[in-house]
Design a protein around this ligand. Structure first.
Ligand SMILES: Nc1nc2c(ncn2[C@@H]2O[C@H](COP(=O)(O)OP(=O)(O)O)[C@@H](O)[C@H]2O)c(=O)[nH]1
Ligand SMILES: [Mg+2]
Length: 550
């Protein structure tokens, strides 16, 4: 039987089945094909830079089949799969595995049984081809797949008794290929899924899918490492979210930051202004979530610094002064968020300081940007609206799986608590704004963390402490992001006031002459390189016209 004849046969078998059953079959097709990805014992057909991401995109999409919370048409994951598809052209077997996975995935996101069946057939045909395409083993793939449909049709016992030994040396090669990429974890996982008759543990799937996006973005090995720590050391609910407030100077950001935490907090005075960024903690009783609020200064000064702090998986609140005529500023901030914020979403607050009517093109903005809601009221005067807004924000965070379902390994959690204790804001005497790598390693060791480099990256991703690989030589782990933003702010202000067009390291002695304790000479190099890194020094002329921060 050739591939076309086989497709016709399968398609006929699938007709009349409901969508759910078809999808389950499609998943099995992708799974049958999976081991062939590593049939040569390596994944060298993929460029090293993307290899772990591609491997992960297969595992991630296979897990999505059993999620209780599938986001249909998740653009990012689609892109990931297509990337995988394209990349695998260098290897015939890999291309077919990718095709089978892609077919199965398309079946999953199909809304009708008919399209699900078309896509599942496509997956089956590629599974068929990959078996036929190799010469090492002889398996009757036709009866294997037909048996699978019949099992699913009967719905009696979901298990499909099946042994990985039928893959012969291919299974071993697949395992070796994974191990060579630091992914032995995934090898063990799929061994178990096959041994269990292609039945998965639903709770474990949810855990895998809820690994924070920052880790998932780094690919299969990072996720494997993370999941292993979770299994070995146990998990703890992270319950931590971030809000980033953006907007022009004077829009009302700092007032909002205060009143989110406490609706009766005093408004800011005209002369108060935020230097760089201020962070504060809003403890949400409902759901027991800690929300870190990052209140950024509004002006150009800080924009280049944003790249160090803005991140994905945050809730953005853009405060817009309803009285200004500059509508394009709203889009400016929305674009800023789009550039740095991944798939984060925004609340827009039009702060109506007086009673002028404000019209913004809500629908057209919603078409182009990920906007969760638009609210118009006065932070200062409209108590009820403020209450409602706080509820909406709290509700959004509470119900968002990226915050309410995330477990982190218990030892990560302990390191995080230790770092937070070292930096206790407001307690000047014991407040460490940064520590050395050595001090960090000691803490990591105390909590039994094996790979401290990995943990540094993880904590950075979670926004707990900032570690820049490019700045390794300075041996500085930042516990207080305000330390960076205030430092940069001071430098820029100095440049501005002195009308300097070039900046050298020795200038920093002058910049920080009144603040030697906080910014001692040995830390100047760090800030200097940081500014170079975000292209400040290269654009001094263009930043010399900036105004004060808001
Ligand atoms: N009357 C009135 N003043 C406000 C309101 N919101 C903010 N302000 C004032 O506007 C100024 C700038 O607010 P602030 O929160 O510091 O703006 P930021 O620069 O965006 O952080 C302060 O003097 C606030 O008291 C409001 O709703 N009504
Ligand atoms: Mg402010």
């Amino acid at each position: 039987m050739n591939s076309d004849e086989f497709s016709k046969l399968i398609h006929k078998e699938l007709s009349g089945l409901d969508r759910e059953h078809i999808v389950r079959f499609a998943w099995r097709c992708a799974l049958f094909a999976l081991p062939f990805l590593g049939q040569k014992g390596n994944f060298l057909f993929w460029n090293k830079n993307y290899r772990l991401k591609h491997i992960y995109s297969i595992f991630y999409s296979l897990d999505m089949f059993y999620s209780t919370n599938i986001t249909y048409g998740d653009a990012a994951d689609d892109a990931c799969l297509y990337g995988l598809f394209a990349a695998s052209f260098n290897d015939d077997a890999a291309a077919r595995v990718a095709d089978a996975t892609l077919g199965a995935y398309s079946s999953l996101i199909s809304t009708t049984a008919e399209t699900a069946a078309d896509n599942a057939t496509y997956a089956a045909a590629h599974a068929f081809d990959v078996f036929k395409g190799q010469k090492i083993i002889r398996i009757d793939i036709i009866s294997l797949l037909l048996q699978s449909v019949h099992k699913i049709k009967k719905n009696e016992n979901n298990k499909q008794v099946f042994s990985t030994t039928i893959y012969g040396p291919i299974w071993k090669n697949f395992q070796n290929a994974l191990a060579a990429e630091g992914c032995a974890y995934w090898g063990r996982l799929y061994q178990k899924i096959f041994d269990d008759g292609l039945v998965v543990d639903l709770e474990a799937v949810e855990t895998r899918l809820n690994v924070p996006k920052e880790f998932r973005d780094q690919g299969a090995a990072t996720v494997a490492n993370y999941l292993e720590e979770l299994e070995e050391k146990g998990g703890k609910q992270l319950n931590e979210a971030r809000i980033i407030i953006l907007g022009d100077k004077g829009a009302g950001k700092t007032c909002l930051a205060r009143r989110l935490r406490d609706p009766d907090a005093p408004m800011t005075l005209i002369e108060e202004s935020t230097a760089g960024v201020n962070t504060s903690l809003w403890k949400l009783k409902k759901g027991n979530i800690n929300i870190r609020i990052w209140d950024f200064a509004g002006h150009t000064v800080t924009h280049a610094v944003h790249q160090f702090f803005l991140s994905e998986r945050c809730l953005y609140i853009i405060v817009y002064d309803g009285r200004t005529e500059e509508r394009n500023r709203l889009e400016y901030w929305l674009n800023h968020m789009k550039n740095y914020g991944g798939d984060s979403r925004a609340f827009i607050l039009v702060n109506k300081k007086d009673h002028h009517p404000v019209i913004i093109p809500v629908n057209s903005l919603k078409d182009r940007y990920p906007i969760e809601g638009v609210y118009t009221f006065s932070i200062g005067d409209d108590k009820d609206d403020l209450e409602l807004f706080r509820d909406k924000v709290a509700e959004y965070i509470k119900n968002n799986p990226s915050w309410n379902k995330q477990k982190i390994p218990v030892n990560y959690f302990r390191v995080k608590s230790d770092l937070e204790a070292l930096f206790k804001k407001g307690e000047k005497k014991c407040c460490n704004e940064h520590i050395s790598r050595n001090e960090f390693d000691k803490i990591a060791e105390k909590h039994d963390v094996e790979n401290s480099e990995q943990l540094l990256q993880n904590l950075h991703a979670l926004g707990v402490s900032l570690w820049y690989k490019e700045m390794e030589e300075f041996n500085t782990l930042i516990l207080n992001p305000e330390w960076i933003s205030h430092g940069v702010y001071k430098i820029i202000n100095w440049v501005n006031e002195e009308k300097q067009y070039t900046l050298t390291l020795s200038d920093f002695l002058k910049v920080f002459k009144d603040d030697k304790q906080r910014f001692p000479e040995e830390k100047h190099g760090f800030l200097f390189k940081l500014m170079k890194y975000c292209n400040y020094s290269g654009s001094l002329t263009s930043i010399s016209g900036i105004r004060q921060c808001g």
